[in-house]
Design a binder for this molecule. Structure first.
Ligand code: S6P
Length: 596
């Protein structure tokens, strides 16, 4: 190992698991659709990994993790038994907040029966607009998190608060929003039982101060662990292995969040309303059911590869991918599409989602947000009125539905679309005893049609829907990630051209620069600041400004990280670096310079 390799591997070791480079996907930018599916399949398999290679890392199936899930599920049961005084709050930023919203939607659907009160609520940093667009700045505001929580819980005597942060705020100053909420709960343990859900070991917590804040995250995490001994707080932090695209926690992190919290909420619900005891065995069984969903989904790898290929071709031709989903599969589509903007620097209309009945179907707290702009126009009718008339043959249409959706509506819309394009495909779920008619499936080119073996008697309809959601999430994450990789947006398994819009992404940008240049943190940060402030001569004001100031400026700049990378690698000026990137717009093609 030479000096540069040694430096790189030391740097890699110092990173939290959620930010590491996954060796499985190191060459994802060089493979075809079929191989890509196999890579993603192996990365996702790590969620369910039973062997524990590192004694410091707990896995999803580890006994202490299962036991903590049991303890939290018992709290859910208690809350459901005393609904007037109780509230369950799920909160997070970005994908974590979107998954919180989805979980609350289906859990409240489950407790719709007479005499069952809906006691579950969500918080997403930046409010409901963050469900469809990325609002990264509020992630850095701990006081805002605490205020939103305080407001939503007014008058409640018992609050079970689940703060979701895949990176667990462990990574320098990541996710202060959730840390602020946990700190608030820890100060009011008479009312609140805080739960921290994330996917890094606690010992990796760093003790850097947060903006306008008297505590740092390590302090919050340690207080949580101390209270866990008295069952007054809980930390759930199994390790899932690194993401397929480094740091992209929308993928494994989002899926595992859904699996863990669904298992907890379901076990609590069964205990409260069906007299079933919450045991480690029942929690493990819910996780195993999700593992079965994983196996079944990836067994359709040929169709998945075909869809990745089609979506990739479409993006390469600067055309679009449209997800047309029904009910919660529509929400999965909207979520996946909106995440492409911050993840891959995509335009909002490269991949777009639509849902039947628009915001009426979403049932989000703030209601119809379509007045906010085109990103918030999400109904099927809107699609028909605004997109369909100019749809091109290069645009990919992907319908997302199940046998429980209104199949007349599905076929009517598919018929309308077919008059304009044959590039029409579907992901469709049904049951062995209740299948989608062949005439419906025949309307689509590639159909990822999954017939599930569980019966409707075995699981209730909400549970079935949750499994279809998870399966669809895996498929869409693979399609949108794969399509952007094929478009050349990813280098090895790094999304280098990230938008540096909050402190987490600022730290990630420096890490990427360190990873590819072997230079010190200081040198990399300087190059990053030169690219952000668009200058070769940084002033004292610039170098001493707060991170939020840097990210505020960076938000308005393109190609900040690639520019910094070329400046370091070539020892060149800002203008020379920009010229080089103008000549090599596809990241992979610029590689020779980066590896010099
Ligand atoms: C990640 C996604 C981001 C994160 C958000 C919260 O793929 O683009 O929006 O979800 O930054 O991260 P965390 O680590 O607190 O869950």
């Amino acid at each position: 190992m030479n000096m540069d390799e040694l430096k790189q591997s030391c740097h890699e070791l110092s990173l939290p698991v959620t930010e590491k480079c996954n060796p499985i996907s190191r060459d994802i930018d060089r493979v075809n659709g079929k191989q890509m599916v196999q890579i993603l399949r192996k990365c996702d398999a790590e969620i369910f990994e039973k062997k524990n290679h590192d004694p410091f890392h707990q896995r999803l199936y580890s006994s202490p993790v299962i036991q903590t899930m049991v303890d939290v599920a018992k709290r859910v049961e208690m809350m459901l038994r005393d609904p007037e005084e109780s509230l369950i709050v799920l909160s997070g930023c970005g994908t974590s907040g979107r998954i919180a919203f989805l979980l609350v939607t289906s859990f409240n659907e489950m407790v719709k029966a007479p005499k069952q009160k809906q006691i579950c609520s969500y918080i997403i940093a930046g409010g409901d607009r963050a469900m469809l667009t990325s609002q990264e700045a509020p992630e850095d505001d701990p006081a805002l998190g605490a205020r939103m929580l305080d407001k939503i819980c007014a008058g409640k005597k018992h609050v079970l608060f689940v703060g979701i942060s895949c990176g667990m705020s462990m990574y320098s100053m990541q996710a202060p929003f959730v840390a602020g909420q946990l700190d608030f709960c820890l100060k009011h343990l008479d009312v609140f039982t805080p739960v921290l859900l994330g996917f890094n070991p606690v010992h990796m917590a760093r003790s850097e101060p947060m903006q306008d804040c008297s505590f740092h995250f390590k302090d919050v995490a340690e207080r949580m662990i101390a209270e866990q001994r008295h069952k007054k707080a809980f930390v759930l932090n199994p390790v899932l292995g690194a993401e397929a695209i480094s740091g992209s926690s929308r993928m494994k992190g989002g899926s595992a969040t859904k699996i863990i919290l669904e298992s907890i909420l379901l076990a609590g619900h069964e205990a409260a309303f069906r007299g079933k005891r919450v045991t480690p065995e029942c929690i493990s069984a819910w996780i195993t059911a999700s593992e079965m969903v994983y196996e079944t989904t990836y067994s359709h790898s040929d169709e998945l590869a075909a869809l990745i290929h089609q979506a990739g071709e479409s993006l390469q031709m600067k055309a679009h991918v449209y997800y047309i989903g029904w009910q919660t599969l529509g929400i999965i589509g909207l979520t996946d599409a909106s995440e492409c903007v911050p993840t891959f620097g995509a335009d909002f209309d490269d991949i777009r989602g639509f849902i039947n009945n628009g915001f009426r179907e979403m049932k989000n707290k703030e209601g119809d947000l379509s007045f906010l702009g085109p990103e918030f126009v999400i109904g099927h009718k809107d699609f028909v009125d605004t997109i369909l008339p100019s749809l091109s043959q290069n645009d990919v249409m992907l319908f997302l539905f199940t046998v429980n959706d209104d199949l007349h509506e599905v076929t009517a819309l598919a018929d309308q679309v077919r008059r304009r394009t044959s590039n029409l495909h579907a992901i469709a779920h049904d049951l062995e005893k209740f299948t989608i008619p062949e005439t419906v499936c025949n309307m689509f080119g590639t159909v990822l049609h999954i017939t599930w073996s569980f019966s409707s008697e075995e699981v209730n309809s909400v549970v079935m829907r949750q499994r279809w959601e998870l399966s669809t999430k895996w498929c869409l994450n693979a399609i949108s990630t794969g399509a952007h990789v094929l478009k050349g947006k990813v280098y090895m398994n790094y999304m280098i051209d990230l938008r540096v819009t909050n402190s987490k992404l600022y730290r990630r940008a420096i890490n990427i620069l360190q990873r590819f240049t072997g230079c010190s943190k200081g040198e990399c940060e300087r190059a990053l600041l030169r690219a952000i402030y668009s200058t070769d001569d940084l002033s004292e004001d610039m170098t001493s400004a707060d991170v939020w100031k840097h990210t505020d400026v960076a938000n308005r700049r393109d190609q900040v990280v690639p520019t910094a990378l070329v400046m370091i690698q070539c020892g060149c000026t800002l203008a020379e670096a920009r010229h080089h990137l103008d000549c090599h717009p596809v990241i992979r093609d610029a590689e020779p310079v980066w590896l010099q």
